[in-house]
Structure formats: structure tokens, C-alpha cells
Design a protein around this ligand. Structure first.
Ligand SMILES: *[C@@H]1O[C@H](CO)[C@@H](O)[C@H](O)[C@H]1NC(C)=O
Ligand SMILES: *[C@@H]1O[C@H](CO)[C@@H](O)[C@H](O)[C@H]1NC(C)=O
Ligand SMILES: *[C@@H]1O[C@H](CO)[C@@H](O)[C@H](O)[C@H]1NC(C)=O
Ligand SMILES: *[C@@H]1O[C@H](CO)[C@@H](O)[C@H](O)[C@H]1NC(C)=O
Ligand SMILES: *[C@@H]1O[C@H](CO)[C@@H](O)[C@H](O)[C@H]1NC(C)=O
Ligand SMILES: *[C@@H]1O[C@H](CO)[C@@H](O)[C@H](O)[C@H]1NC(C)=O
Ligand SMILES: *[C@@H]1O[C@H](CO)[C@@H](O)[C@H](O)[C@H]1NC(C)=O
Length: 357
């Protein structure tokens, strides 16, 4: 990713540049990020290559017409000065020949320099903007976020790699498939955005589940609004820190035995990626509970290890069981609970009623 600083721009623009924008750089081809602090400023654009070429007052560039978001502007010629004030100035700037045909375009995105006030995403309950989870150690993970209610936008760029500041990383998007890739000498990732724009799913193409994970994964998400404001949100982690197994599926073998298996999404072999299970047994069901596993008090809770089919003898009086799973070797997250109401409940109830009666 190239960072253009003021010093590389021709001297004509130096003075303007020393005030505002603070800096500007290319996010993707034809997409320019302009960092502003709210002061008045100007950002030069050019239709045909560099602004320098545009200063040649040839006929070709004199005939160029500019439009901002489709609306014809007064400025003519190869170069165009975007007026910056507060957060205004972003837009899709297109340049056209006199007959109206499109020559080129530059999308200008505005990045505000106040780092402390984020506007586009809101923190989730886990007090971070991005929540990243992996279902296993296969090298795939996903990150989700919540849009600010007033500023629904879309993903402008996904940067992901194994080095925080990988200068030779190349990130791009295949517009037709909406598939993002970031490749460098160090790593190779691909990501896709879900259809609702709330989550990305990524894959480390070079990940080896059996090797120790030496470097963290660094994710930076650039999001933009309809008003051409852009912000970035970052997160770094080891897969081992964000792994959260899927729920287990419990079934009843007979009146005293329950059985479950490893989540099908979990990494295999299970002997190499063992899970610990927590089992809670309940003496009474929890009718009307949203989550019976967390809302009622278990009679007994214990931890077990299995690396194959998991069978467990439930207590005679248990009416419901809950089971959840966690990586046995890392202190990462528990899965969500799975809940099973035992079928013998009804019989027991009848028996109890008989006794009472
Ligand atoms: C923006 O930056 C310029 C140049 O650094 C400075 O002169 C100006 O006072 C700043 N404006 C604000 C609102 O911070
Ligand atoms: C079109 O504009 C982009 C900047 O958005 C510039 O990098 C590119 O060189 C221009 N293309 C041509 C053919 O001048
Ligand atoms: C900007 O305008 C060009 C030319 O009409 C179009 O191809 C491009 O998709 C537009 N980009 C955005 C972000 O609106
Ligand atoms: C990412 O966002 C932070 C906070 O707004 C900002 O300071 C930083 O310059 C941004 N980084 C890039 C590469 O845009
Ligand atoms: C990023 O890399 C550049 C050049 O290699 C270096 O100057 C800079 O300090 C690095 N920044 C961080 C945050 O590591
Ligand atoms: C990155 O991985 C993809 C998918 O496996 C592959 O097509 C591509 O060639 C790889 N690129 C590099 C630079 O290793
Ligand atoms: C329940 O199934 C287990 C394992 O198949 C068996 O050992 C046990 O005897 C069975 N219990 C009853 C009450 O059928």
C-alpha cells in the first residue's frame, strides 16, 4: 500500500498540502483516501495521469468536463481541485470528453483525523468494534461488526496478513466475485463479505493446522458510508485465542445414557485437537426460559474429556442436561450450550404425581 506524502507532490500544491489534507493515499485503483482535520483545503485530482501533465495547456485536456456524483462542475481541464471543508469533499469525480463520454474517475473518500470518535461502526457488548471467531484450527475465521444506525455503509478494503505492517502486501478485490485477497511474501489470505455486509469470512491459504502458530493475524477493515466517509478498524489475534467450537448435538441413547459427538466443523483428528466438555444436569426443566442452560441452576456440573463418541450416564433424577465444548489445550471460548430434555421426564412426573396423590 503506497502512502503519498506531501513531499512527492509538485511544489505548486505544496502550500495547500501543508495545511489540509494532512495526507492522501490510494486505497485501491481509482479510490483516493484524503485525511482531513476539518480545516479548509484542496485536493488536486487529474483526469489523465499526474497533475503535472495537466498543466500543459493542450487542447486535449482543455475539453475535459468534470462531474461530481453525476452533477456537472464548473472546473474544466485535466486537473481538478476538490474543495475540502469539515468532512465534505468526498464523492465520485468523473471526467468526460465534451461529448459526455467517460474518460476516468476517482472516488474520493474522506478520513477524519480525530482518532477517538468513531462514527461508522459501534462497539458490540464485548467492547470492541470487530468480533472475530474461528470454528476450528483449519485457518478460517470470521469477523463481524455492527453498523451505526444512521450510517450504514459498505466495506471499502480488507487488509489481512500475518505481519502488522507488511509493506509488500497486495490487497485487491475481484469485483465480480466479491472475493478479497491479500498476498505478500509472508502470507496469503482470501476473504469474502456476507450478503448483508455485517461480516467477513477469511481464510489463511498457507495455514498449517498442525504447526505452532508463530505470528498473529492482523485484520484491518476499511468501511465507507454513502457520504464517502471512510474509517478503519483493526484487530489482531492468534487463531488459538479466537477459536470457539460449534454447539454439540446431544441425543438420548436410552433412559440413562446420553450421547454426543464432536461438532462436525471441529478440526480432526480429534486426538490431536481434543475438546473438553462441560455437562450440567438439572432436576427440573425450565419452561419459558430463553436459555434453560444459563437461566436455571444445575444440580450437578462436571467436566469430561472424550476423543471419540461421547457417552455419559445421567443421574437418575436429572430431567434435562446441557453440554458445551471447549478446546482442551487452550484457554479459549466455550461453545454455546446444547440443551436436551430427557424423555423420561414425563414418566418421572407421573410417578411423582402418583406419589403425591
Ligand atoms: C488542521 O491542520 C492544519 C495544518 O496542520 C492546521 O493549521 C489547522 O489549524 C488544523 N485545523 C484544525 C481544525 O485542527
Ligand atoms: C485515472 O485516474 C486514476 C486516479 O483515480 C489515475 O491513477 C489513472 O492514471 C488515471 N488513468 C488514466 C488513463 O489517466
Ligand atoms: C464512480 O463512477 C464510475 C463511472 O460512472 C463508476 O464506474 C464507479 O462504479 C463509481 N464508483 C462509485 C463508488 O460510485
Ligand atoms: C486508521 O484509523 C486510524 C484511526 O482513525 C488513523 O489514525 C489511521 O491513520 C488509519 N490508518 C490508515 C492506514 O488509514
Ligand atoms: C511500519 O513499517 C515502517 C517501514 O518498514 C516503519 O518505519 C514503521 O515504524 C512501521 N510501523 C509499525 C507500527 O510497525
Ligand atoms: C494465494 O493463494 C491462492 C489460493 O490458494 C493462490 O491461487 C495464489 O496463487 C496464492 N498466491 C500467492 C502469492 O501465494
Ligand atoms: C443404555 O445404553 C447403554 C449403552 O448402550 C447400556 O450400557 C445400558 O445398559 C443401557 N441402559 C438401559 C437402562 O437400557
Amino acid at each position: 500500500m503506497k502512502f503519498f506524502t506531501c513531499s512527492v507532490i509538485m511544489s505548486v500544491f505544496l502550500q495547500v498540502c501543508s495545511q489540509n489534507p494532512l495526507r492522501y493515499w490510494t486505497l485501491l485503483p481509482n479510490i483516493l483516501v484524503v485525511e482531513v482535520n476539518g480545516s479548509l483545503g484542496q485536493q488536486p485530482l487529474s483526469c489523465l495521469g499526474s497533475p503535472q501533465e495537466g498543466t500543459r495547456k493542450d487542447d486535449k485536456s482543455q475539453g475535459i468536463i468534470w462531474r461530481k456524483n453525476g452533477v456537472v462542475e464548473e472546473q474544466r481541464g485535466n486537473s481538478y481541485l476538490v474543495q475540502l471543508e469539515e468532512s465534505l469533499g468526498g464523492g465520485n469525480y468523473t471526467c468526460h470528453r465534451e461529448d459526455g463520454s467517460l474518460v476516468n474517475h476517482t472516488v474520493v473518500l474522506i478520513q477524519e483525523d480525530q482518532t477517538e470518535r468513531r462514527k461508522i461502526l459501534v462497539k458490540t457488548d464485548q467492547e470492541d468494534y470487530l468480533t472475530c471467531l474461528a470454528q476450528n484450527y483449519n485457518g478460517e475465521f470470521h469477523c463481524s461488526w455492527t453498523w451505526n444506525r444512521n450510517r450504514v455503509g459498505k466495506v471499502a478494503l480488507i487488509q489481512v496478513g500475518r505481519i502488522s505492517n507488511d509493506s509488500d502486501a497486495q490487497c485487491s478485490v475481484d469485483v465480480s466475485t466479491q472475493r478479497w485477497t491479500c498476498s505478500s511474501g509472508q502470507s496469503n489470505f482470501s476473504c469474502s463479505v456476507d450478503e448483508h455486509g455485517h461480516r467477513i469470512s477469511c481464510r489463511d491459504e498457507q495455514h498449517c493446522p498442525y504447526a505452532e502458530e508463530i505470528q498473529q493475524i492482523y485484520v484491518t477493515l476499511y468501511v465507507r458510508t454513502e457520504q464517502f466517509l471512510v474509517e478503519n478498524y483493526s484487530k489482531q489475534f492468534y487463531l488459538a485465542e479466537i477459536v470457539k467450537p460449534d454447539m454439540v448435538r446431544i441425543s438420548e441413547v436410552n433412559t440413562s445414557m446420553i450421547e454426543w459427538s464432536y461438532p462436525s466443523s471441529w478440526s480432526s483428528p480429534y486426538s490431536y485437537f481434543p475438546l473438553t466438555f462441560q455437562i450440567s444436569q438439572f432436576r427440573r426443566g425450565c419452561k419459558g426460559c430463553d436459555n434453560p442452560c444459563t437461566e436455571s441452576k444445575p444440580a450437578k456440573t462436571l467436566m469430561v474429556h472424550f476423543t471419540d463418541v461421547c457417552q455419559f450416564k445421567v443421574k437418575h433424577k436429572a430431567k434435562a442436561v446441557c453440554v458445551r465444548a471447549k478446546d482442551a489445550l487452550c484457554n479459549s471460548q466455550w461453545s454455546e450450550w446444547s440443551h436436551l430434555r430427557l424423555r423420561r421426564n414425563n414418566k418421572n412426573k407421573h410417578r411423582q404425581n402418583d406419589k403425591q396423590g
